[in-house]
Design a protein around this ligand. Structure first.
Ligand SMILES: [Ca+2]
Length: 183
C-alpha cells in the first residue's frame, strides 16, 4: 500500500522533470522498500553507512553514504539495467545531482555486461568525488554529468556508488535524480 502511494507521488512529481529518453529506473530514488530504493542494494564492508532519505534534490529521498570510518567502505550497487535497443556502441550521458563533502575520494562506478553476463572490464568507468560539491555550505545539490561509451557487445549496465576510493576515504555523499540518456 505504501509502495503504491509512493509510486503515485513519484509519477506526479517527476513526470515533467525527467530528461526525455532517460532509461534509468527510479531516478529520483522515491520508490523503495525495506530501507533501500528500488534498483539498488547494499554492498561493502559496513552496511550501516548507506542512507536513503533526506536531504533530497527532488521529492523526499536521495541515496547516499555517510562514511566515518577510515578502515572500511560502503557501497550502493544497482541491479543490472538492460540497455534499450540500439544503445550498444553509442555514448550515453549520465546526469545526477550531488551533495558531497569528502576527505579522500568516493566514486560512481559504471560497468557493462554482455548478454552472457560477462563483465566487460575495459569499458568500466570511474567517476570520482572529492572535497565539497558546489552548494555544500547551503546544502544545495549540484548538477553534474558525464559521458560514457557503451561497448558494442554490452547488453546491460550497472552503477555503483561507493566510498571506496581507498578505504580511508571519509565523508558524506548524497546523489539524486540519476538519469541515463543516449547521447
Ligand atoms: Ca529524490
Amino acid at each position: 500500500m505504501r509502495k503504491q502511494f509512493l509510486m503515485g507521488i513519484g509519477v506526479f512529481l517527476f513526470s515533467g522533470a525527467l530528461y526525455a529518453g532517460n532509461f534509468w529506473p527510479n531516478s529520483g530514488f522515491e520508490i523503495g522498500s525495506d530501507g533501500a530504493p528500488d534498483s539498488f542494494h547494499r554492498k561493502g564492508q559496513d552496511k550501516e553507512m548507506q542512507c536513503w532519505g533526506s536531504p533530497a534534490a527532488s521529492g523526499n529521498y536521495s541515496m547516499g553514504i555517510i562514511d566515518n570510518r577510515t578502515d572500511a567502505f560502503s557501497s550502493w550497487m544497482s541491479e543490472k539495467v538492460v540497455l534499450p535497443p540500439g544503445t550498444a556502441g553509442k555514448t550515453v550521458i549520465l546526469q545526477w545531482k550531488e551533495l558531497c563533502d569528502i576527505i579522500g575520494k568516493m566514486r560512481l562506478s559504471v560497468t557493462f555486461r554482455t548478454v552472457e553476463n560477462d563483465l566487460i572490464r575495459s569499458a568500466s568507468v570511474q567517476i570520482f568525488f572529492s572535497g565539497s560539491s558546489d552548494g555544500w555550505s547551503t546544502q544545495s545539490f549540484a548538477e553534474k554529468s558525464q559521458t560514457v561509451d557503451v561497448p558494442a557487445d554490452a547488453e546491460s549496465m550497472m552503477i555503483t556508488l561507493t566510498s571506496s576510493g581507498g578505504p580511508t576515504a571519509t565523508g558524506t555523499c548524497y546523489i539524486d535524480n540519476l538519469e541515463v540518456v543516449v547521447d
